[in-house]
Design a protein around this ligand. Structure first.
Ligand SMILES: [Zn+2]
Length: 170
């Protein structure tokens, strides 16, 4: 396994719509292993392939940060089956490190996708898990949580990042 560098905004790959994985072969499985290791090392509760510079529909999630094996989930070519309700919570992103903002999202999300062995299954999440699913699904469509933040707050974060980038601190 290998740790991969996590790309940050405004890296263009974060804005691309990802491509479906045609076949889960050994190279895809290695990519998944590397994504899991990179997510744990960050540490983060989710990581999507564009965040390591790969424009494919894959993401990994683990709310336990590696402490409970059953919490680790891999999704290849996922799609929403259901979205319901509303929650308002703070959210952050490994590609926008150091910044959090409140984001409104559905309270419950069910997604359907392949696991690492190519088996199709549907998983339903509530609260933080539903939020993680939606955050990572956004990445697969080239969207960031910042896009869902109110204008003034978003402008402030974007300005701070530009300033840090100019100073070579981003
Ligand atoms: Zn993110």
């Amino acid at each position: 396994m290998a740790l991969l560098p996590i790309v940050r905004v405004p890296e263009p790959v974060l804005r691309q719509k990802t491509k479906k994985v045609k076949k889960i072969d050994t190279s895809i499985q290695k990519l998944i292993d590397d994504m899991i290791e990179t997510m744990y090392a960050a540490p983060g509760i989710g990581l999507a392939a564009p965040q390591i510079g790969v424009s494919l529909r894959i993401f990994v999630v683990d709310l336990s940060l590696g402490h409970k094996a059953e919490d680790l989930m891999v999704f290849v070519n996922p799609e929403f089956v259901e979205l319901e309700g509303m929650q308002l919570e703070e959210e952050g992103c490994l590609s926008v490190p150091g910044f959090n903002a409140t984001v409104a999202r559905p309270m419950r999300a069910a997604i359907r996708g392949l696991d690492r062995h190519g088996t199709m299954r549907t998983v339903e999440g509530k609260e933080l898990l539903a939020r993680a699913f939606q955050h990572e699904m956004d990445h697969l469509d080239g969207r960031l949580f910042l896009d869902r933040v109110r204008g003034i707050k978003r402008d402030l974060i974007v300005k701070k990042i530009r300033k840090m980038a100019r100073a070579g601190k981003w």
